[in-house]
Design a protein around this ligand. Structure first.
Ligand code: IDP
Ligand code: MG
Length: 139
């Protein structure tokens, strides 16, 4: 059982395709309260910092270029078992393998353009939330 908060990003291609509303609706309908929310964008350096854990992997350059290619939506989400349940709600990293009805199955275009990010642990949820939001920007 994970803790009660997780962190998400609606990625550039999903923002460009006008999917902010539908994705936030799915998140609300899954029982999450949005505790912080902003439209922002990452510089290439900031994207490299955020995805530091993937530095050196073959997809790192494409991933960080893509994530800094347009506006994103960052959000902190609250619900019991937040991290684990959110990973289920978004589905597998590769949308071709994602279950029916998951956010990535519905809105992702490909493995790299897979619509949303979701934290993979309570610890990373805190680190990622603090990366984007000050105390004044959340409740
Ligand atoms: P996750 O987003 O499901 O947690 P991670 O393994 O943490 O997946 O990878 C971070 C992001 O990097 C993925 O969401 C995806 O956009 C991209 N990515 C991961 N693996 C690949 C790959 O093999 N090819 C292209 N992009 C990838
Ligand atoms: Mg991950």
């Amino acid at each position: 059982m994970s803790g009660n908060q997780t962190f998400t990003i609606i990625k550039p291609v999903a923002v460009k395709n006008n999917y902010i509303g539908p994705i936030l609706k799915m998140i609300n309908e899954a029982g999450y309260t949005i505790k912080a929310l902003k439209i922002t964008h990452l510089t290439k350096n900031k994207a490299m910092e955020f995805y530091n854990v993937h530095a050196g992997k073959p997809f790192f350059e494409d991933l960080t270029s893509f994530m800094s290619s347009g506006h994103i939506v960052a959000a902190i989400l609250e619900k019991e078992n937040a991290v684990d349940d959110f990973r289920k709600l978004i589905g597998a990293t590769d949308p071709a393998k994602a279950e029916e009805g998951t956010i990535r199955k519905i809105y992702a275009e490909s493995m790299s353009h897979n619509a949303v990010h979701g934290s993979d642990s309570d610890e990373n949820a805190v680190i990622e939330s603090d990366f984007f939001f000050s105390k004044m920007e959340r409740y």
